[in-house]
Each structure stands twice: as structure tokens, then as C-alpha cells.
Design a protein around this ligand. Sequence first.
Ligand code: 5AD
Ligand code: SF4
Length: 438
Amino acid sequence: MRKYIIKTYGCQMNEHDSERMSYMLQNLDYTETDSYDDADLIIYNTCIIRKNAELKVYGHLGAMKALKKKNPQLIIAVCGCMMQIKEAREVIREKYKHVDIVFGTKNLSSLPYLLNQFHIAHERIIDVEETDDIDELQNAIRKNKHSAYVNIVYGCDNFCSYCIVPYTRGRENSRSNKSILTEIRSLGIQGYKEITLLGQNVNSYGKDMYPPMSFSELLRQIETIGSVDRIRFLTSHPKDLGEDLIDAMRDLDKVCNHIHLPLQSGSNRILKKMNRKYTIEEYTEKVDKLKSKIPGIAITTDIIIGFPGETEEDFEQTLDAIRKIRYDQVFIFKYSKRVGTGAAKMKDQVDEDIKSRRFQQILDLVNDICYENNSEYLGRIEKVLIEGKSKNDPDKLTGRTESNKIVHLNADDSIIGSIVDVEITGFSSFTLEGKVAK
Ligand code: 5AD
Ligand code: SF4
């Protein structure tokens, strides 16, 4: 039997694409391994959102040269967002000659065909399609056995000036609600308790359909699927977050009280240069509505620091926004220049040491706020979906509250996969501790 490894970089979309490739490979009688020496096929599913992600891929690929020498039968494939960008493809073509197969995000389902072609001809294949057609068939072998990713909308039409995603994932394209519902029904039958709907911008789901359909309507349809208990979604664009979605989150029992709402910056001047199409006032108004209509909602965000031209005053406004909104988690990113995007051409790129200092300042502030937010959980009984053993401490189990907080607890393995009442007995800035409630 042939063995494969898929090395995944980047976001949940990529993780799920890898799960879909696993399905295709296992259908071809491949089995998964974690030993590079045993592998017959290694696939790199790449990310290009920041320079670091790109450098990691080149580093790992470089290390594969020696392995390929030792085992010339080994097939090395590279796919994902990096391969949608011509310059990165050229680097692979010229400098990484030991890579056998290159494909893109749009022709993931060609993988079996490409492998077959390679086995017949033994010639390097570079096949990246530009189509915006989407695969409605979404079979996957999922890593998590209790919580499943489901694609609902591909691509992004927003062109935020720092972001390369619109160039790697193409235009917004919604999957039909019929195939989404069919997939979720089948996940329910397989025993999945939670699903996470995926899209670069889930709030624009259905706008491209005829007749158009809203994301809140899709949520209402999914709510009726009996066997699934929890619905989550990622990611929301603040400009498209309508009152109808807030009301759906309030009304629908299964939709979790957590929203990831990337702010990026608290300065209107920078938001404008980022092409985010909202002001900090509009954003805060939506957050206030979320908090008043959905008590206990957890709000998480992404912040970019050191965007071109970001002054100390702009940065202070970001700190102010974080203080005011009191996020439950903040993913902080140093601005990374991506060739081909609008911001790459902007003057006043910010020095690395200023970025590092601002990064640390936000981190300190966020740690304090998260600690205070988490302290409010002490003594509460929370519904926790138990996902498995804790990675850091095999004697403990780990799960998530509806608000997406990680909880560690000592309990019997038999509760893995179920939603149980947990009393919160401890906390840190990042996680909660608990015990099964009587
Ligand atoms: N530099 C730094 N961070 C970026 N992001 C997207 N593009 C860049 C970039 N060029 C961040 C944004 C986005 C998250 C997924 O990645 O904050 O919300
Ligand atoms: Fe990138 Fe903006 Fe689209 Fe998000 S909404 S993927 S940040 S362009």
C-alpha cells in the first residue's frame, strides 16, 4: 500500500482542502503516515498570506531534496494559495526541480487524475486552472471527529489593499444551499455534533445566487437539521454584518454565541487606506448591537500592525478600540508586503522594530483583557463539547464552550464527543479549567 503525507499551512480553508485530498487519496488506496522516510507521496498545501508562511514552505521543500535523492520514487506535489501566484510558481519551476506535481486551489479534485498522469508519463506536471467553477462534491476525511468544516462560499471580492487572497482564491462564489444542507445532514448521521461554515466572507453568502439568498437564511435552514447541535462560522466582514444576521444569531439555538469580526485597525485613516469600507464608529455600533442582543457573546478579531503609514496616533486608536471592545481573543499580525496588492506600492512602510514594539504592546493589553474576561467564567456552568485528550497533558480532556473558549478538565474518556455541563473552576488569559458538573 502506498503512503502519503499532507503538510498543511495557513487557514481553515486549507485544512479542509487537505481533508478533501485525504479522501481522494484513500479512495486510491493510499494510507496516511507521519514518517517522511516511509512516504511515497508528500503534498505541500501552501499559504502565501504573509511572507513568513511563504518562507516556511521554501524551507521545507528545500529539505526534501535530500529525501528525494535517497528515494527517487518519492512523489512531491505542491498545491494551495502559493501556487495561484505566477511568481511563486516560477520559483518552484526554476529552483525546486525535485517537485513533480504543481496544482492550484481551483483544481483540487484533479489530484487523482494528475497522479495517474504522473505515474504513466513520469514527467513534471504544472496544472493550475483559472476557472471560478466550484466542486459541489465535497467528500472529506476529517481530522476532527466531532466538529466538521463545511465550505459555503469561495473567494473574496473585497480587495482589502494588504490582502493577496482575492488573487489566490478568485471571485466570490457561493455553493448551493442544497448541497450544503445535504453535506451537513450526512455529517449529522455520522455523529458530528458541531459544524463550522467556512468562507473568506460568509456574510456575502448567496449574493451571487439567482434568486439571491442571505447568510442568515442559510443559518435558519441549517438550524432545522436535527442531528447537529452547534453551528459556527468563519469569517465575517464587518461591512456586511447586517441586523438580520445578529437576529438569527440571537434566535437560533444552535448558532454559537461567538463571532470572529476582523477589525484590522482602529484608525479611520488606516481603515480607508486598507479599503475596509467601514469606520471605527460603524464597527463599534455593530459590536454594541451584538453585545446587547446576544448576552455573553464572545468577540474575536484580527489586527494588522505596521500597515504603511501607520503613525503612533493611528496605533493608539487601535489600542483604544481594543480597550473599548474588550475582545475575547485577538490575532495580531505584523503587516507583510505582498507583491501585486495595492498596499505594496504605498510609501511609508513601517520599520520592523516599530512593528515589533507595537506587537508586544497589543499583546500585553490583550492578555490583561482576556484574563479579566475569562475570570467572569469562574463558577459558571458551561456546555462544553469534549473534543479529545489535551495535547499538553494527556491526563486531561479538552473541549470548547459555545463561546469557543478552550476548557481543560479531568474526566473519563467516555465523554469524548459529547456535550456536557462543566463547572468552571479556574482560568488563565487563554484557557479555562473545569470539572464535570453534578
Ligand atoms: N500582512 C499581515 N496580515 C495580513 N492579513 C491578511 N493579509 C495580511 C498581510 N499582508 C491578516 C488579516 C486577515 C488575516 C487572516 O490575516 O488580519 O484578517
Ligand atoms: Fe483578504 Fe479582505 Fe477578502 Fe478578508 S475580506 S480575504 S482580508 S481581501
